[in-house]
Design a protein around this ligand. Structure first.
Ligand SMILES: NC(=O)C1=CN([C@@H]2O[C@H](COP(=O)(O)OP(=O)(O)OC[C@H]3O[C@@H](n4cnc5c(N)ncnc54)[C@H](O)[C@@H]3O)[C@@H](O)[C@H]2O)C=CC1
Length: 477
């Protein structure tokens, strides 16, 4: 999957006060001197304050950089600082905004205006997306090579991420982490600080066109401040990440094991150490579909030989997944983005782990089991491994071997019974689960119903972990 996400990471929230999401200039009113629609002043307002490149003008014009932004696959990676094997993995992330509703507190004036715009454009979201990208590519053709040649269903990811962030602008704690992850993740596309004003300008261009009924100077000023804040957090996170990690890793396929006609276990060796935590995922690009990145969970806890493995199911019309299952062979070189996701084990408690792995969703669950084993803990781990048929339980042998080695582990295969009893239903027959944290991994529908069942049987939301559904919708394709 352009991998499963749990969440964006890293805290970095400056302590105290309003933090990052208090606009650096006080919110203004409609009567203020905020720019109205003049593009020049709008862009000046949106220009991120952080880290212009050496020699850049103080207020460079948006299109100052005419060099092609990316096409990285042919170029050797620029690696500012090589991580060493002792580089600690990034801290796990809090959940993405969609998973944790903003606490009930009074919305800031900017948030009210931003949400009003969002409500207005919601019914015409597709048009906003098309118009946004049309504006971006017409006004800034130099940015076009940063996107895939064929803009598939993921083309609106950038816009979606920005709008998600804007909508949750008051939910500082979660949002900062989300944006930092987004900023770090954008390094692999070749995104630079000077690209942000171009995107902001087109974002506002598209919103003002489709939310014209509610658009006024005050709304525009709110969006400018919101976008400036968003881009600043992303730019700062990318700059900090540059000091400790490459923008991407090359990884050579060293093993390819076709487990069923459409599921392969792909093992790769990164060109340099790749720190991550069990339960996380990465983004992956194949040589056959340049600039198309998909998310895949790591199927093992970090290994001493540094190898990484992924379980990939070839999906109908899944370009990347089909290439990985049917075309990739040892010796092929892939690219990996940074690790992400918060579906990780909390080693500060000894609660049990209740794990639901559906289909290839068993991959990160296996990693979690290995992680618990490596920590030498004796906490109960109960794995429910769901599949459509016996034949689809492609990793059951591995899971049963793990169970033989670890008395604290229980593995229960759950095969669909005529579509009536599905994986999540099975957990009702066992329990009680009061002392367990729950981990849910698999297709989005299974995650949704898994979370419903868990809540229904009394597991509190804060004890349920899963990757972000919005990431999973296109994951693995
Ligand atoms: N971290 C994560 O959450 C990961 C998620 N995945 C995702 O897992 C999926 C695996 O796909 P397949 O192997 O084809 O799975 P699948 O479609 O064969 O389903 C696997 C299991 O989930 C159950 N299930 C599916 N839809 C359900 C629903 N709506 N309600 C209740 N139960 C449901 C099925 O009954 C089956 O037991 C992919 O979408 C992949 O992207 C894969 C790896 C990690």
């Amino acid at each position: 999957m352009d991998a499963p996400t749990t969440t964006p990471a890293d805290n970095g929230t400056p302590g105290g006060g309003g933090g990052w999401f208090t606009p650096r200039t006080q919110p203004t009113t409609a009567q203020s001197s905020e720019p109205e629609t003049a593009e020049g002043s709008r862009l000046a307002a949106m220009r991120p304050v952080g880290r212009p490149r050496a020699g850049a003008e103080e207020n460079p014009p948006v299109r100052q950089d005419t060099s092609p932004p990316v096409a990285q696959e042919a170029a050797p990676p620029e690696i500012p600082v090589q991580p060493t094997p002792s580089t600690p993995p990034p801290p796990p992330e809090p959940r993405v905004p969609v998973q944790r509703p903003a606490p009930a507190r009074q919305a800031s004036p900017d948030a009210v205006l931003v949400r009003r715009t969002m409500a207005e454009v919601g019914p015409v979201a597709d048009k906003v997306t098309s118009y946004f990208y049309a504006l971006l590519f017409v006004r800034h053709p130099d940015l076009r090579p940063m996107f895939p040649a064929a803009m598939d269903t993921q083309r609106d990811r950038l816009l979606k991420a920005l709008l998600t962030a804007a909508e949750h602008i008051d939910n500082t704690e979660v949002l900062v982490a989300y944006l930092q992850n987004l900023g770090r993740g954008h390094r692999k596309y070749g995104t630079r600080p000077e690209h942000y004003p171009a995107v902001g300008e087109c974002l506002i261009g598209a919103l003002s066109k489709y939310a014209s009924a509610v658009w006024d100077a005050e709304t525009e000023a709110a969006w400018v401040r919101t976008y400036t804040t968003i881009s600043q957090v992303m730019i700062d996170a990318a700059a900090a990440d540059e000091l400790r990690a490459p923008a991407w890793w090359y990884a050579e396929v060293v093993a390819h094991d076709l487990r069923t006609p459409d599921v392969a276990v792909v093992t790769v060796r990164p060109d340099q150490p790749y720190p991550f935590l069990a339960g996380q995922y990465t983004s992956l690009e194949t040589p056959w579909w340049p600039r198309i990145w998909r998310h895949y969970s790591f199927a093992s806890a970090p290994r001493s030989d540094g190898l990484l493995s992924f379980h990939v199911k070839a999906l109908p019309a899944g370009w990347v997944s089909n290439a990985l299952v049917h075309r990739a062979r040892p010796g092929d070189i892939l690219r990996l983005g940074p690790p992400a996701g918060s579906m990780t084990v909390d080693h500060t408690t000894d609660s049990g782990l209740l794990c639901l792995g559906g289909g290839t969703g068993i991959a990160p669950i296996k990693a979690l089991v290995e992680d618990v084993a490596e920590h030498g803990e004796r906490r109960p781990v109960e794995v429910f491994y769901g599949a459509r048929s016996d034949h689809d339980l492609y990793d059951i042998d591995t899971m049963l071997r793990l169970r033989q080695s670890h008395p604290w582990l229980e593995v229960r295969p759950v095969v669909d019974r005529h579509g009536l009893v599905q994986l999540p239903d099975a957990i009702r027959e066992f329990g009680p689960w009061d002392e367990y944290d729950a981990y849910v991994s698999g297709p989005p529908g299974m995650i949704r119903s898994g979370v419903d069942v868990l809540r229904d049987i009394g597991v509190p939301s804060e004890r349920i972990r899963h990757d972000a559904l919005e990431e999973l919708v296109t994951a693995g394709s």
